[in-house]
Ligand binder design. Structure first.
Ligand SMILES: [Zn+2]
Length: 145
């Protein structure tokens, strides 16, 4: 991992931030919950309570923004977290100014919903196929030999 120099702005996020729980749960109006348990970027240990600080804001009802920092006394490393949780379950992370998106993990419910839509689509296309070709088939059958 490349050495990252902590900036004054990053330090301020920790110093001025609210103490956040070690396991963050963000509840959205649609009932979905964003889970997040931050850990040290260096040793991957979960931060001791009081060592994870920052702010969680909801700029939109379906978006929660986390800007936080965790201090690991063992590594003497400040880990930065800039994340966006979305009500659809997706999580976006910003690392060194570059955002990446992690799609929601499919639930059994969403897989079933997808399958149902697929079946519906194929049934509709089968009906459309028969309606298009039925007159042709009938014409061939009735053709005088
Ligand atoms: Zn550590």
């Amino acid at each position: 991992m490349p050495e990252h120099k902590v900036t004054a702005k990053e330090k301020a996020i920790f110093v001025n931030g609210n103490t956040l729980p070690r396991m963050v749960n963000i509840k959205f109006p649609n009932g979905s919950v964003g889970h997040f348990s931050p850990s040290c970027v260096h040793c991957h240990k979960v931060f001791a309570s009081g060592y994870f600080k920052g702010t969680i804001t909801t700029p939109l009802p379906h978006v929660a923004s986390v800007v936080a920092a965790g201090w690991c006394p063992g590594c003497k490393v400040l880990s930065m977290f800039t994340l966006r949780f979305r009500a659809d379950g997706a999580v976006e992370r910003c690392v060194d100014g570059v955002w990446s998106r992690q799609e929601p993990t499919p639930t059994i419910k969403s897989v079933c919903r997808g399958l149902r839509a697929k079946v519906r689509r194929s049934v509709i296309s089968m009906i459309a196929f028969f309606l298009l070709f039925l007159p042709l088939v009938l014409a061939v059958i009735r053709m005088p030999r």
